[in-house]
Design a protein around this ligand. Structure first.
Ligand SMILES: CC(=O)SCCNC(=O)CCNC(=O)[C@H](O)C(C)(C)COP(=O)(O)OP(=O)(O)OC[C@H]1O[C@@H](n2cnc3c(N)ncnc32)[C@H](O)[C@@H]1OP(=O)(O)O
Ligand SMILES: O=C([O-])CC(=O)C(=O)O
Length: 448
């Protein structure tokens, strides 16, 4: 028996030891030319791969100089705005965008109809999976529940470890179709077993799209309006894909390159996505806005918001991490094109739902944060609101519970991860293995 009744007490005592032995000065990174976070001294990402799937732009060249510009996002040669604007007022586009990203070409009507049917056929879980897996050990961490389900789905697959392109594509298509069920049923279990509400599990409707089935399965009465479905469908298209370097897609590439199977690869990407600096930011933005409401007398007042944002940046308020969530991006500078699209919906929805005061609070944060960050941080480029600044507000107005926000992101990004996994399998079988320079001091045994 150790002297510790609680391992936490031991961990607390050892923390300064780890901090002493693990700290590496930023000066050494500079001295050895090692790029922190795989970004160079101008904040530009180090090239680690080539992709045909999408392109993200945030700078333009003028007179040989890199100038920040409005953000652009392209899926397989098409601007994301063009894809969204090409859809009819009530047309759902998830399936079309998913086919485009996954297969690399725009589907014609017949091809799209067939793909929709394939997804619809695949949108079911193995017999008793919901009862035997999803209902057990439920939690408000829907991403964790989904990861558990994804790994367990491997046990129901006759060829879980077959990493051929064909088998991986089959597994990816199935997961794309199953994700809405994994997410909404995980929430149903949590809603019942933890929150104490009635339990309901609705079967998906084979005639409905991905976005419509999410709303149908999430709501006890299965009802939703065409506008709600359209807004969610747009949100899903906007979250589907973001190049090979974003943290979760890069994780997908790393794990794929090790020869790992689809279930493990997608679970690893999920683990990355849930981080609050990545896809988990959508929940954090909502928590931050709740915190602002609780501490600022009049959130529509710019001066009061400014004082509180300064406290957040100084680590004196909210989660004491010093981050204003929903602001800043590893690539974008002047704007994130997805936020610009989201905002159009936000303004209309907020008016419709009588949430003008909340909208004013968001706009105050949007207006003030970049300038305050500029004053308090070593910014290498302009900052602006990112895709998740408004997404939580939109989901809130759609009545989607906060615990589901990052899971909604995953329902979309599984498409990008799948496309990158297939691209990785088709293009290269080289394991990804960057180097870490050792700054360890070698010791003689007698130095102890
Ligand atoms: C889907 C997505 O993943 S979108 C991103 C979602 N994440 C968030 O919204 C969380 C808040 N934002 C952030 O944490 C960051 O902006 C990130 C993680 C998105 C990008 O980080 P980086 O690439 O390091 O940003 P960048 O190089 O511009 O940062 C420069 C400085 O500003 C700081 N900074 C960047 N964003 C923020 C922010 N929102 N709040 C406070 N400080 C910030 C960085 O910590 C860094 O400071 P340092 O040099 O003292 O360490
Ligand atoms: O690209 C990134 O770093 C983050 C990301 O996934 C996104 O913005 O969608």
């Amino acid at each position: 028996m150790s002297n510790y009744s609680d391992i936490m007490d031991y961990a607390k005592e050892q923390t300064p030891v780890c901090e002493r032995n693990d700290a590496i000065s930023r000066r050494l990174f500079h001295e050895y030319g090692v790029n922190v976070g795989l970004r160079d001294e101008n904040g530009k990402g180090i090239l680690t791969g080539l992709t045909n799937i999408s392109e993200v732009n945030s700078f333009t060249e003028k007179d040989g100089q890199r100038i920040p510009c409005d953000g652009e996002l392209w899926y397989r040669g098409y601007r994301v705005e063009t894809i969204i604007n090409s859809l009819g007022p009530n047309e759902m586009g998830f399936e079309k965008a998913a086919y485009l990203l996954l297969m690399g070409e725009m589907p014609d009507d017949e091809t799209l109809a067939e793909f929709k049917q394939v997804l619809s056929d695949a949108r079911s879980l193995p017999k008793n999976f919901t009862r035997d897996v999803i209902m057990k050990g439920s939690s408000g961490d829907i991403m964790n529940s989904m990861m558990r389900s994804i790994l367990t789905l491997a046990s129901y697959d006759d060829h879980p470890l077959d990493t051929s392109v064909t088998n991986s594509l089959n597994q990816c298509i199935r997961l794309i179709a199953e994700f809405p069920l994994l997410a909404t049923y995980s929430y149903a279990a949590y809603n019942h077993y933890t929150l104490g509400d009635s339990l309901y599990i609705h079967n998906p409707d084979p005639e409905l799209s991905t976005a419509e089935n999410v709303l149908r399965c999430l709501r006890w009465d299965k009802k939703f309006t065409p506008l709600e479905a359209k807004v969610l469908d747009t949100a899903l298209i906007l979250h589907m894909e973001h190049g090979g370097g974003n943290n979760s897609t890069f994780t997908d590439h790393v794990v794929t390159s090790a020869g790992s199977d689809t279930y493990s690869t997608i679970t690893a990407a999920m683990a990355s996505l849930k981080g609050p600096k990545h896809g988990g930011a959508n929940i954090k933005v909502m928590e931050m806005m709740d915190d602002i409401r609780a501490h600022v007398e009049d959130p529509t007042d710019k001066d009061q918001i400014k004082d509180y944002l300064e406290k957040i940046l100084d680590k004196e308020a909210f989660d004491h991490k010093g981050l204003i969530y929903g602001i800043g991006h590893a690539v974008y500078t002047i704007s994130d094109p997805r936020e610009v699209i989201f905002k159009q919906y936000v303004v209309d929805l907020a008016k419709d739902k009588g949430r003008d005061k909340d909208l004013q609070m968001y706009q105050n944060v949007e207006d003030l944060a970049p300038q305050l960050m500029n004053e308090k941080r070593n910014l290498l480029k302009p900052v602006s609101p990112n895709v998740d600044f408004y997404s939580g507000f939109v989901y809130d107005m759609l009545g989607i519970p906060q615990e589901m926000y990052t899971a909604m992101f995953a329902v979309a990004r599984i498409v990008g991860w799948s496309a990158h996994r297939i691209e990785g399998l088709v293009t290269s079988d080289k394991i990804i293995r960057p180097a870490y320079m050792s700054v360890m001091r070698k010791k003689e045994w007698t130095d102890q």
